[in-house]
Design a protein around this ligand. Structure first.
Ligand code: AMP
Ligand code: ZN
Ligand code: FE
Ligand code: FE
Length: 293
């Protein structure tokens, strides 16, 4: 629907993390921040877990905020790691629950190797302390970064990634990951739709659409529904190019900040770095696509 002149458009945020994965806030607090930001609806999209959804939905209902279920799955295509957002999944779907447990087990295996590698590098940390900080479901590299900071080995999360934990750095450990086409199938089977989160790699200079076309074809063939074009960290020009690519490829567009609280202190709920604005009609579009599947 067009927004009448003079009225502010209704805005949403479909990419938010809570402390059930590598955000710092409880789900209810994320909901409260969304309401304070004037949003009309959100999705909570923790990495490889849906444990925060009940708490978030309960608080959203209390405050009159629209809410759809979400999750962010770590997967790989033939050529690289990708994150897939699933929206509208039934959290009670037991097969999808098993998939999440497999993802969490892959994290645990990686985390043991990661702690050992850090120790080889002279950075002694206690894995139990990392898990205590992260909670049981989704232990991620940002938690390792926080403990490296707590132990005085680095002075920021960014420094921990740049020196040790980032892809290709000395403490980077590959983990067993879900194939992206299988993830898309599982999302559909559980009643959801799949959006490719932040299609350009982190801090990559390559924001040319041709650099992702191969992966996009693989994901589209597997039934991908949407591209995340309105992403917190993308420049407006990159967002525009991704929207055009989505439209050419018959895909919907989704968007969100990728808020992580203190783990990504520059990103804010709803507005990302300050210039994000995701229109609320996105929700209707993705829910009607979901109902057509
Ligand atoms: P994991 O899922 O455990 O492999 O960790 C991935 C998380 O680390 C995601 O939330 C990323 O946004 C974050 N991350 C990846 N690379 C970096 C980086 N270079 N600096 C800060 N955070 C990063
Ligand atoms: Zn994260
Ligand atoms: Fe992600
Ligand atoms: Fe994310």
């Amino acid at each position: 629907m067009q927004t009448p002149i003079g009225e502010d458009p209704a805005l949403i945020d479909l990419h938010l993390h809570s402390h059930y994965s590598d955000g710092s806030d409880p789900p209810a607090r994320v909901v409260e921040l969304a309401v304070a930001a004037g949003l009309t609806a959100i999705a909570l999209t923790d990495h490889d877990t849906m444990s925060g959804l009940h708490e978030a939905k309960t608080r959203a209902n209390e405050l009159g905020l629209g809410f759809i279920t979400g999750v962010e799955l770590s997967c790989h295509t033939g050529s690289r790691n990708v994150h897939l957002l699933g929206y509208g999944i039934d959290p009670a779907n037991s097969r999808f629950g098993e998939l999440l447990l497999t993802q969490q087990a892959a994290r645990s295996e990686r985390n043991v190797l990661l702690a050992a590698r850090l120790s080889e590098l002279g950075l002694e940390i206690d894995l139990d302390e990392v898990v205590a900080l992260a909670g049981p479901d989704s232990v991620g590299r940002p938690h390792f970064a926080a403990i490296l900071m707590r132990c005085g080995h680095v002075s920021s999360i960014d420094e921990a990634f740049a020196r040790y934990l980032g892809d290709g750095r000395p403490a980077f450990i590959e983990r067993r990951e879900l194939r992206a086409p299988d993830a898309i199938r599982s999302i559909h089977e559980a009643g959801g739709i799949a959006s490719w989160a932040h299609p350009f790699p982190r801090r990559s200079a390559a924001t040319d659409v041709s650099s992702i076309e191969g992966d996009l074809e693989e994901l589209s063939d597997a039934g991908l529904d949407a591209l995340e074009a309105w992403y917190g960290r993308y420049e407006s020009d990159v967002r525009r190019r991704l929207r055009r690519l989505a439209s050419r490829s018959g895909l919907l567009v989704t968007g969100g900040s990728d808020y992580h609280g203190t783990f990504k202190p520059d990103l804010h709920v709803g507005i990302g770095l300050g210039d994000l604005a995701v229109p609320d009609e996105v929700i209707d579009l993705i829910m009607s696509r979901r109902n057509r599947l």
